[in-house]
Design a protein around this ligand. Structure first.
Ligand code: NAP
Length: 248
């Protein structure tokens, strides 16, 4: 028996990086896994087969997390296909970095819509099913940048701070329905998102980490296993940092 046996999870943005690692760890722990992707269609389809090899039910959906109607359709499709939705992980995210003086309105709107509005979209849709079941665990992926801010990432930091406020509010509103809502705040994790940074920036991040290394996607995924499972049954409204003590 895995820590998540018998549970159904929906993970957004799982074609690569942290979302992919969460999907694999969830399958290893016995969860049935629905997940989304957007532009990485082949990677999304390959993941479906990889997950099914763990002997669980797995299905990928091409769905834009920033689109309210699409999120509603997605959740309906997942509940119809899997018959339940116990855990929702809002992981889909992007960066469009620039100094504020050069940041365009489009870059602001896109990041806020994909990173923050997406959480509202799926939580609105998923809580219908979770309220009926009188149980649920929602995990929103924020960032240490949402807590401390970061020059050149005003849009990203605002979206991630917004997730913290959203997470705490959902925990307060839905606690009486036995629905928990927590956030995970990764520090510097080695994925395609951080692979685009220049060596000087990367070294700057590493120097700021007391553990002297970047994190691996699996290390974030393990925190999501804990928060999705009954091991964390009395934990809600919290932000769990996975950052090698970068921000204390
Ligand atoms: P990544 O490797 O760039 O992967 C991002 C994922 O999000 C991809 O699967 C991508 O799917 C998906 N995605 C992007 N826009 C989407 C949309 N509109 N609809 C649906 N899916 C969408 O990034 P990552 O590093 O794994 O980051 C995952 C999450 O962790 C993000 O929320 C990020 O902000 C957060 N985070 C990352 C770090 C880090 O150091 N890496 C630190 C703190 C927080 P497609 O490729 O299929 O479009």
């Amino acid at each position: 028996m895995g820590l998540l046996s018998g549970k159904t999870a929906l993970i957004t943005g799982a074609s690569k990086g942290i979302g992919r690692a969460i999907a694999i760890r969830y399958a290893q722990e016995g969860a049935n896994v629905a997940f989304t992707y957007l532009s990485s269609v082949e990677k999304g389809q390959a993941l479906e087969n990889e997950l099914a090899a763990f002997g669980i039910k797995a299905k990928g959906f091409k769905s834009d997390a920033s689109n309210f109607a699409a999120a509603d359709e997605l959740v309906n499709a997942v509940v119809a296909e899997f018959g339940a939705l116990d855990i929702l992980i809002n992981n889909a995210g992007i960066t469009r970095d620039n100094l504020l003086m050069r940041m365009t309105e489009d870059a602001w709107d896109e990041v806020i819509n994909v990173n923050l509005k997406s959480c509202f979209n799926t939580v609105k849709a998923a809580t219908r099913t979770m309220m009926k079941a009188k149980a649920g665990s929602i995990i929103n992926i924020t960032s240490v940048v949402g807590i401390k801010g970061n020059a050149g990432q005003a849009n990203y930091a605002a979206s991630k701070s917004g997730i913290v406020g959203f997470t705490k509010s959902v925990a307060l509103e839905l606690g009486s329905r036995n629905i928990r809502c927590n956030a995970v705040a990764p520090g510097f994790i080695e994925t395609e998102m951080t692979a685009v940074l220049d060596e000087k920036t990367v070294q700057g991040w590493r120097d700021a980490i007391p553990m002297r290394r970047g994190g691996q996607p699996e290390e974030v995924a393990n925190a999501c296993v804990f928060l999705g499972s009954d091991m964390s049954s009395y934990i809600s409204g919290q932000v769990l940092q996975v950052d090698g003590a970068m921000l204390t």
